[in-house]
Design a protein around this ligand. Structure first.
Ligand code: GLY
Length: 378
């Protein structure tokens, strides 16, 4: 698609939909409209922690790790661009992340993990108990060593949403909240647009970035499901912590993300509970106990917020990004599971390139929906 003659409709104004809209609009290849059935960025993107920890979570040098690593690096320029375009600082913090061990067995396992990661080129150092505490004084005395990942860090996910929204609007994207799509429209195997409750929105290309709800929209035109499952993540935040950790800290049962405004986020549960976003006191208590094991001083602070979001999980845990093979012009971007914030810059770049010119090298998008993806889920 070249020239600004085409119309692109993006369904879903979470981090993936907004980042993609902005990226397409920047290239001036089409008029872009984003529709959101609720409020901008209030689903999984809102309940995220903004962790950028591809190296800490790396288990193999596979396509998934490489994508996470590349997308992590894209935040350096993205944060500068967004500040320049909107005045919103997304609080990118390259402080590094620590994976802490709370007992000897965990420390032994961590050393093995680190050895494997070093073999594939991940930047990581294992710190002894003494070094870990010197490096991160907020840790409990009971910590038995930690692996340090200097290239990891975080962004403030809610500020990222605000910045993407403002920037997308500056590039001319039309964004409409409270606009629920009832069905997609296809004619002769080509996407034509979508029907909302009281209107039809015509489009030359449609990107469904509706997170865990994406399969419901595909079903309206009898496309086999991608097999998405909503995985609930409950997360809590402590307010006004005076001794915040300096790093993102990940333990076996929880993680902690310190924010510049004095909040400490503690996340997150992973529950297959359908489309239920309820926050449960017992889950929060489990998270609180897990956090106290790493930071006993948290006992003195009160919780200020607890939210839940539904992460879109697809079998295998990889995202699905690209054109649906049987419908020309119909794209999906979902299945980002625990890495929606992290993978948002790369997802947007892949989709913008694929929509702008169909010559995007196939090797550079390992996450295309294939007929097999669709068939195996149905
Ligand atoms: N990225 C962390 C989580 O999904 O809990």
């Amino acid at each position: 698609m070249t020239g600004k003659s085409g119309k692109i409709l993006i369904i879903g104004a979470g981090v993936i939909g907004l980042a993609t809209a902005r990226e397409i609009a920047k290239r001036k290849i089409a008029e872009v409209t984003v529709v959101e059935r609720g409020q901008i960025g209030r689903e999984a993107s809102f309940a995220a922690a903004g962790m950028l920890t591809p190296n800490l979570e790396c288990s193999a040098e596979d396509e998934f790790y490489l994508a996470c690593r590349d997308s992590n690096r894209m935040f350096d320029s993205l944060s500068v661009e967004l500040l320049d375009e909107t005045g919103v600082d997304i609080d990118l913090a390259r402080t590094g992340a620590l994976a802490v061990a709370t007992n000897t067995a965990e420390a032994e396992q961590a050393i093995k993990t680190v050895e494997g990661q070093i073999r594939i080129g991940v930047q990581v150092t294992f710190l002894s108990t003494k070094d870990a505490r010197r490096f991160e004084p907020s840790l409990s005395d009971s910590i038995v060593g930690a692996a340090f990942y200097p290239e990891d860090g975080q962004v403030d996910n809610r500020r990222l949403i605000a910045a993407l929204f403002k920037s997308a609007k500056k590039y001319g994207v039309k964004i409409r909240e409270k606009t629920e799509i009832a069905s997609l429209i296809v004619e002769k195997k080509k996407i034509r647009g979508a029907r909302a409750r009281s209107e039809t929105i015509m489009a030359d290309a449609v990107v469904v970035a509706a997170g865990a709800w994406t399969d419901r929209l595909l079903a309206t035109i009898n496309i086999a499901p991608l097999g998405l499952r909503p995985i609930r993540g409950q997360i809590l935040a402590y307010l006004d912590c005076r001794v915040l950790p300096k790093h993102v800290v990940v333990g076996r049962r929880c993680y902690a993300v310190p924010r510049v405004d004095g909040r400490l986020l503690i996340g997150a549960t992973s529950e297959d509970a359908g489309f239920c976003k309820q926050v449960l006191p017992e889950s929060l208590n489990e998270l609180r106990i897990a956090a106290l094991e790493i930071f006993p001083w948290l006992e003195r602070f009160n919780l200020c917020e607890a939210v839940a979001g539904l992460r879109p999980y697809c079998a295998g845990g990889n995202p699905v990004i690209g054109e649906i093979p049987s419908v020309k012009g119909l794209f999906v971007a979902t299945g980002h599971y625990r890495n929606g914030i992290l993978l948002s810059p790369l997802t947007a770049a892949i989709l913008a390139s694929e929509i702008a010119d169909s010559s995007f090298e196939s090797g550079r998008n390992p996450f295309r929906p294939s007929l097999t993806t669709l068939a195996s889920a149905s």
